[in-house]
Design a protein around this ligand. Structure first.
Ligand code: ATP
Length: 362
């Protein structure tokens, strides 16, 4: 398997480096046969060739079996016409990654984690209320007069169908429960179309429990009775907001993991941003990226029918559960005393240990 690694900006290179040390240990322990190639993107690429996302890097991603992308921060990028290209946005478009999968699980011993929370948010990734994704030309956030501003939200039948399909596929492997979230009685056409595709999938999967929930009810419910939810099927902007809430309820943004996937490609890409305030301090939490890598291994295992990849994914999850429960090991954002490097060593040691290898995972 050929895996392209793009370290990204700000804390990206720091958390990517330690994540790769852990992954190399997993690669050896499970004989996965992965080969890694580092490809610069973001400011590292701009300094070399005047472009944050050159076409050659896009081609590398297209040719790879999987991609690991560190967080990218656009704050230092020059304007687009001078080479400051949105890295995750370009990859998402070119690799047709229509699903953004964001898990949030409360792990034993993590401070402020809401007991009973264990969800996978399946968020549509290509349309919705995002001005840069909605239009063939121009942007969908505009001002017809100086006192009026408008945004357009785009929902398509195909976009809704394919994310609903992903949600039901993942639910079949989890606790067999899908909650589709929107506000259909207000957004009758857009959320109506989104929900109609969700109901069609529910009809085809009678073994999976299905319910429709309003986004405002969900915002409260995920706090008061999180155990009610398993897979949450949701449109783009609502999903962005709800997934940050969910990950905060699991302990904090440093745990934010994400897999961006389509029919042919997937990238592991932490669910948090590039945290410029933490650069060089050695305290950035690599958990989000490590968990994203575990999701990528699971995806590769299912796609190529390689059970060792699925086992390796579970072992990373188990190693993180164990390291995160230890206040000496975990990083300061989760009330711990560890550093980026010492925490990653704690995770790697657990992956390497015979005990975890023998037990697999949860
Ligand atoms: P973006 O707009 O790129 O998503 P953002 O401005 O919303 O980014 P993040 O970079 O995601 O914000 O993070 C917000 C704050 O959360 C950071 O400034 C940092 O303090 C904290 N944070 C984010 N990721 C981590 C991490 N991996 N480890 C520790 N703290 C983090």
């Amino acid at each position: 398997m050929h895996i392209v690694v793009m370290p990204g900006d700000d804390i990206g290179p720091e958390i990517t480096a330690v994540t790769m040390t852990m992954l190399e240990a997993v690669n050896r322990a499970y004989s996965l046969g992965m080969k890694f190639e580092t490809v610069d993107v973001g400011m590292a690429s701009f300094r070399k060739c005047g472009n944050t996302m050159p076409e050659a890097a896009v081609q590398k991603a297209l040719d790879a079996d999987g991609v690991i992308l560190g967080p990218c921060g656009m704050t230092l990028y020059p304007p687009r016409e001078e080479g400051g290209i949105n890295v995750p946005g370009t990859i998402r478009k070119r690799l047709e990654l229509y699903a953004n999968l964001r898990p949030a699980r409360s792990r034993p011993g993590v401070p402020n984690a809401r007991p009973g929370l264990d969800v996978l948010i399946a968020r549509e990734n290509t349309e919705g209320f995002y001005a840069d994704r909605n239009m063939h030309m121009g942007i969908a956030d505009f001002m017809p007069t100086e006192d009026v501003a408008l945004s357009i939200r785009k929902i398509t039948r195909e976009g809704s169908r394919r994310i609903a399909k992903v949600a039901f596929e993942y639910a079949a492997r989890r606790r067999k429960n899908v909650s589709a979230v929107g506000k259909q009685h207000v957004l009758q056409m857009t959320d109506g179309l989104f929900m109609s595709e969700a109901y069609k999938l529910a009809e085809q999967h009678k073994d999976i429990a299905f319910r429709e929930v309003d986004i405002d009810a969900m915002a409260a419910d995920i706090y008061t009775r999180p155990q009610r939810y398993d897979v949450i099927l949701i449109t783009n902007m609502f999903g962005d907001i709800l997934s940050n809430e969910a990950v905060a309820l699991s302990g904090g943004l440093g745990l934010a993991a994400a897999l961006n996937m389509g029919d042919k490609h997937a990238i592991a890409n932490a669910g948090h941003g590039s945290a410029p305030d933490l650069v060089g301090k050695g305290v950035a939490n690599p958990s989000g990226l490590m968990l994203s890598v575990a999701m990528l291994l699971e995806w590769l295992g299912a796609r190529h029918n390689k059970p060792a990849y699925v086992e390796a994914s579970k072992a990373i999850e188990a190693a993180l559960d164990s390291a995160l429960a230890d206040a000496q090991a975990r990083t300061p954002d989760l009330g711990g005393r560890g550093t980026t490097t010492s925490f990653a060593q704690a995770v790697t040691a657990r992956v390497d240990s015979g005990e975890l290898l023998a037990t697999g995972a949860r």
